[in-house]
Design a protein around this ligand. Structure first.
Ligand SMILES: C[S@@+](CC[C@H](N)C(=O)[O-])C[C@H]1O[C@@H](n2cnc3c(N)ncnc32)[C@H](O)[C@@H]1O
Length: 237
């Protein structure tokens, strides 16, 4: 066999550190077999609104593990996702910077998801990793069963040591120039108008957890599923 010792030719891409072995790692989107030609057309049509253009993932963004983030087990018992994992910055990230695409299985957004109910024994509506790509197009992306590092982004609520700060990142729908499809991605939040000093150039500091807001609806749905009182505020924004 040729090649350098210890370097076996391999068809599988490298995995990010701490990637869970039971979840397939994606370097490109996966597609539900139930997507119709109309769904695929919508997915592959770049919305043309010059007043509100979609941000783009550049053609030269390399697929595979993202060097700016690290999947990290949460060992702090006071963290609300203790025992799970989160995504942490490995370098300072600039306000408004694209961190990475959110990859998963692109599927029909509303039940019965094109599959005639639960015949496959899987219900996207119960996934904690499911995001809308477009309500009008009825498209969503679910990273529960497969995905990339972005599936480990936690919500800021209750995370200790934030000093009153909320999310430092956000999900945004983008145009992926590599696939010529709409896609979800994680961005550093832009600097606020009143940002001064370092906050104008660094949105997320090296070692800090990347935290978004899942939105009030996510936590309300969670409390309903748990049979809790949904009239209470419960910290959702
Ligand atoms: C998209 S996953 C985030 C990654 C997850 N921590 C993991 O290790 O797979 C969403 C789940 O993370 C947990 N989570 C994220 N942010 C949280 C928060 N602020 N408080 C409590 N649980 C949180 C919840 O269990 C939620 O259902």
């Amino acid at each position: 066999m040729g090649g350098r010792p210890g370097h076996q030719p391999s068809a599988t891409p490298p995995l990010p550190l701490n990637w869970p072995s039971h979840v397939p790692y994606l370097t490109a989107p996966a597609y539900s077999p139930h997507l119709t030609p109309a769904h695929l057309r919508a997915l592959r049509t770049r919305p043309a609104d010059p007043s509100d253009p979609l941000p783009a993932i550049p053609r030269d963004l390399k697929p595979g593990p993202c060097a700016s983030v690290l999947i990290t087990p949460i060992t702090d018992p006071s963290h609300p996702a203790h025992g799970q994992a989160g995504l942490f910055a490995t370098c300072d990230l600039a306000p408004g910077e694209l961190i990475l695409p959110y990859l998963g299985e692109i599927h029909i957004g509303t039940a019965p998801f094109g599959s005639g109910g639960s015949e496959e024994g899987y219900n996207y509506a119960q996934s904690d990793y499911d995001l809308w790509l477009g309500r009008e197009a009825d498209l969503a992306v679910d990273a529960a069963r497969m995905g990339n590092e972005a599936r480990f982004v936690n919500d800021y609520r209750g995370v200790p040591g934030r000093g009153g700060r909320k999310a430092n990142a956000e999900f945004r729908v983008v145009w992926d120039a590599r696939t010529a499809e709409i896609c979800m991605a994680v961005f550093v939040l832009p600097a606020g108008k009143r940002a001064v000093g370092r906050a104008r150039v660094v949105g997320i500091t090296r070692g800090e957890e990347v935290l978004v807001s899942y939105g009030r609806g996510f936590w309300q749905g969670r409390r309903e599923a748990d049979g809790q009182d949904v009239d209470g505020e419960g910290g959702a924004s």
